[in-house]
Structures are given as structure tokens and as C-alpha cells.
Design a protein around this ligand. Structure first.
Ligand code: NDP
Length: 294
């Protein structure tokens, strides 16, 4: 029985970080610019604490400057806007990331749209979403960018052309602004035929089974089963779900039932070790891009 190839995001992200480190050193030597990434964390969300710590560590490891700002849960919108404005005006800061989710009393859209779009390394600013939708060069959201790098690498080995995904049918499960929609734009740019399905879609399985590429960004543990897939589909699993096990321990799983899909898919990303590690590496790539453009 055939067995899917593992798309190793962890190894790819390591190579990408090494390449970023080389390019950071060159930017310093050529132009005297050290890219700087500022991360603002409001409140005490434990998952966000872990993300922010990892981001800061990896930022420093590639030779960039990391600026971390921790603000209390009670921070007002005016205080947070003032912090963003300060960072917008700081020439040492090339990338600004406000860690989401924010406490409920703060309006995420308002805060994100207060970031200078050229420093918006998360790519969530409305201006950057518009640039992406119109095919204008921009800072692309990190997780979608990471997914595309993995796909282009996989298909590029089979079809070493400029657009190795051209003509493939990609089905995206999920339509969020941070994952599903930007991935759709990026796949269109690569000349894929794109279908987006979501919670109100009728007969999801039939649509997913048309995909040469399936991207799951749903937030539902192990939703996608082998019989949803076309034989030989390439599966990118964005989901990160924590589920309890019989022994009481927690386990990390994706939106795809990984073991169930191994014999149907041609290739698949594991969780953990697939898309997850690409996200931070792409944040660093975006910060380098923002610094290079100054
Ligand atoms: P959202 O909750 O914002 O969006 C989920 C999408 O899935 C929505 O469009 C929703 O439809 C759709 N959906 C929900 N249930 C179903 C269902 N049963 N069938 C079909 N569609 C469904 O999530 P995100 O996009 O932010 O994240 C998706 C997943 O990716 C999560 O597990 C998250 O943890 C993970 N993630 C991982 C990252 C990484 O670095 N690897 C980064 C970001 C996210 P509708 O619009 O109709 O509600």
C-alpha cells in the first residue's frame, strides 16, 4: 500500500532561518541596517506567552534585534495605540507584531490598522490584504506564506518550472482573514483553480475530494478523513488542536486525521512539525523584507 511523503516543515524552516541569517548579515555589512522586530503582548494568555518567547529567541538567533513590550490586561485602547505609534516612528523597528488575541475590550481591527502597513509583518492590515487581493507586492500573512513555500518546494521538485502549481485544483477548508482567504489569493497567483469551503458549505466531502491540493485551516481536530481525499492529493494541515488522551495527557493534532489519510494522500504535513514551524520563520522573512525596503 502506498504511503504519503512527509512534508517536513521543521527542516524547511531551519533551512529558511539559516538563509535569513545569511541575508541579515549581508544587509548589515552592505547598508548598516540591523532588522528589528517589535512584539507587543497585552495580558497574560499562556499560549501567547509561549509564542512571543519563541519569536524573540528566533529573532535574535538570525541576527535581528528583538524588542518585546508586555502591557497589562487593563491596558486601554489609547495606551496601546500610543505604543503602536511610538513603534511606527522608531527607525530601529522594521516590523511590528501585536500578538492576538487581544483582551476583549480592545478592538483588534482598529489596533492592527494603526500599524504602518510597511511595518505590518503579520500582513493583517487592511491595506496589505487589499494589496494581496490585487496582486500588488506586499507583506503576506506568515502562515499562508509558509504553506505556499512548502507547496512550491514539493511541486517544484516534480515540475521544475516557474509556476509548478499551475492548473492544479486547490480546495481550502476555512475562510478566515488570517489563513483561508490569503492562501486563496496566493494560490490564485500561482494559477491554481481555487475552491473555498466553510461551515455553511453543502456536501464538503464531495468538494474536498476534487482537490489535487487540500489545505485544512478549520480548528476542528482530525476532521478530514481519508475518504474525503482524492487519491494522490497533497495535504497541508494548518490546524493546531489540543485533545485529551485516555491517560489524561494532552496531544497536539491537526484538522486532518493524519494516520487515516496516510494511504490516500501523496504527501502530507504532520502536526506538529509541518506548517507551525514555518509561521515564525516567515515572520522573520517578512521582517527582513521590511528592513530591506527601508
Ligand atoms: P477561524 O476559527 O478563524 O476559521 C475557521 C474556519 O473554518 C472558518 O472559516 C469556519 O467557517 C471554518 N469551519 C469551522 N468548522 C467547520 C466545519 N465543520 N466544516 C467546514 N468548515 C468549518 O480559524 P483560523 O483560520 O484562525 O485557524 C484555523 C486553524 O489553524 C486553527 O486550528 C488554528 O489553531 C490553526 N492556526 C495555525 C497556525 C500555525 O501557525 N500553524 C496559525 C494560525 C492558525 P465559517 O467562516 O463559516 O465560520
Amino acid at each position: 500500500m502506498s504511503h504519503a511523503t512527509l512534508i517536513d516543515g521543521k527542516a524547511f524552516a531551519e533551512r529558511l532561518r539559516a538563509s535569513i541569517a545569511t541575508r541579515v548579515a549581508k544587509l548589515k555589512a552592505d547598508k548598516g541596517i540591523t532588522p528589528g522586530l517589535a512584539v507587543v503582548l497585552v495580558g497574560n494568555n499562556p499560549a501567547s506567552e509561549v509564542y512571543v518567547k519563541n519569536k524573540a529567541k528566533q529573532t535574535v538567533e538570525v541576527g535581528m534585534q528583538s524588542f518585546e513590550f508586555r502591557m497589562p490586561e487593563t491596558t486601554t485602547e489609547a495606551e496601546l495605540l500610543a505604543k503602536v505609534e511610538e513603534l511606527n516612528n522608531d527607525p530601529k523597528v522594521h516590523g511590528i507584531l501585536v500578538q492576538l488575541p487581544l483582551p476583549k475590550h480592545l478592538h483588534e481591527n482598529l489596533i492592527i490598522n494603526s500599524i504602518n502597513p510597511n511595518k505590518d509583518v503579520d500582513g493583517f492590515h487592511t491595506v496589505n490584504a487589499g494589496r494581496l487581493a490585487t496582486g500588488t507586492p506586499t507583506l503576506v500573512p506568515c502562515t499562508p506564506l509558509g504553506c505556499m513555500m512548502l507547496l512550491k518546494d514539493y511541486f517544484g521538485k516534480k515540475n521544475p518550472s516557474n509556476k509548478p502549481l499551475s492548473g492544479l485544483h486547490a480546495v481550502i477548508i476555512g475562510r478566515s482573514n488570517i489563513v483561508g482567504k490569503p492562501i486563496a489569493q496566493l494560490l490564485l497567483k500561482e494559477d491554481c483553480t481555487v475552491t473555498i469551503v466553510h461551515s455553511k458549505t453543502k456536501d464538503i466531502e464531495a468538494l474536498v475530494s476534487m482537490g489535487d491540493i487540500v489545505i485544512a485551516a478549520v480548528g476542528q481536530a482530525e476532521l478530514v478523513k481519508h475518504h474525503w481525499l482524492k487519491k494522490g492529493a497533497v495535504v497541508i494541515d494548518v490546524g493546531i488542536n489540543r485533545i485529551g488522551q485516555p491517560d489524561g495527557k494532552m496531544k497536539l493534532v491537526g484538522d486532518v486525521d493524519f494516520h487515516d489519510c496516510l494511504t490516500t494522500a501523496a504527501a502530507i504535513t504532520p502536526v506538529p512539525g509541518g506548517v507551525g514551524p514555518m509561521t515564525i520563520a516567515c515572520l522573520l522573512e517578512n521582517t527582513l523584507q521590511a528592513a530591506s525596503a527601508t
